[in-house]
Design a protein around this ligand. Structure first.
Ligand SMILES: Nc1ncnc2c1ncn2[C@@H]1O[C@H](COP(=O)(O)OP(=O)(O)O)[C@@H](O)[C@H]1O
Ligand SMILES: [Mg+2]
Length: 252
């Protein structure tokens, strides 16, 4: 079972959109059993799938140890499951202060689940205890980057945290993918940023940039994946291609 965290401490780069659509594609188009985990107190992934009411058990209860993970998982379709987040997760940063082994809570919780080919973790735009829990629990990281001028510079801090996690809590953690998003090939700046990413991540870059597409925004607000909302769109094609690459390179 591969556990993949989609990361970038910058907000608004397309992490949640990527987890939602790759999760859907892996489950519905490629017959994988997928669990998506929402670790962001903004609950964007949870609402992306139309879960607006606060479920009884969420990431918050998991992190404070008052619920078990299996009974907290929601079934969106037979092969696509979701562990929801809630606004209360904002409190965990302070509530877990001083708790011994707090970096390992998610990893321990995940030991009791089985039967998935892929677990996809969506992270908040920060590098605090939530993201460190995700990194500690993961086998792989996919970095999601917007193809803009400062894309590469912004990754330095992320690298620093990944290196610390590899040293202290999870030596097997690997950066397995870099996914460029919001790409517009008419913009010189975007083309240059994509070239810089290609040079920097020769092995890791998934060379299928997700283009800027309003349909992705509309799909999210309709509570749907792009495959349900606009299956004929370029964005659907690109996310399906990315799911294929992940299935081949990471899930194998
Ligand atoms: N390829 C894209 N083209 C246009 N808008 C996008 C694209 N990907 C995501 N968005 C929109 O940009 C906003 C931020 O994306 P989101 O996935 O929530 O980023 P993050 O999780 O990194 O904060 C959302 O409104 C989303 O619908
Ligand atoms: Mg998000």
């Amino acid at each position: 079972m591969k556990i993949i965290t989609f990361a970038n401490h910058k907000g608004g780069v397309g992490k949640t959109t990527t987890v939602a659509n790759i999760g859907y594609a892996l489950a519905h188009n490629h017959k994988k059993r997928v669990l998506m985990i929402d670790m962001d107190p903004q609950t964007n992934l949870t609402t992306h799938f139309g879960l607006y009411a606060r479920p009884e058990n969420t990431m918050y209860e998991i992190l404070r140890g008052s619920a078990d993970i299996v009974s907290s998982i929601q079934e969106l379709s037979p092969k696509l499951h979701l562990l929801p987040s809630s606004l209360d997760v904002t409190n965990t940063e302070s509530e877990l202060q001083g708790v011994t082994g707090r970096e390992f809570i998610l990893r321990e919780a995940l030991e009791s689940i089985q039967g998935y080919d892929a677990v996809l973790i969506d992270t908040p735009p920060s590098l605090g205890i939530l993201t460190v829990n995700a990194f500690t629990a993961s086998t792989d990281i996919c970095i999601v980057v917007q193809t803009e001028f400062f894309a590469l510079q912004g990754l330095a801090k992320l690298y620093e945290i990944i290196t610390i996690v590899q040293k202290r809590t999870n030596p097997q953690l690997t950066i397995s993918g870099v996914i460029p998003t919001m790409f517009d090939r008419r913009k010189g700046m975007h083309v240059e940023a994509l070239q810089a990413l290609e040079e920097r991540f020769k092995k890791e870059l998934f060379n299928v940039p997700v283009t800027e597409a309003i349909a992705l925004v509309e799909a999210a607000s309709a509570g749907k994946s792009i495959f349900e909302y606009k299956p004929s769109s370029k964005a659907a094609e690109q996310y399906d291609e990315l799911a294929k690459i992940i299935a081949k390179k990471i899930l194998r």
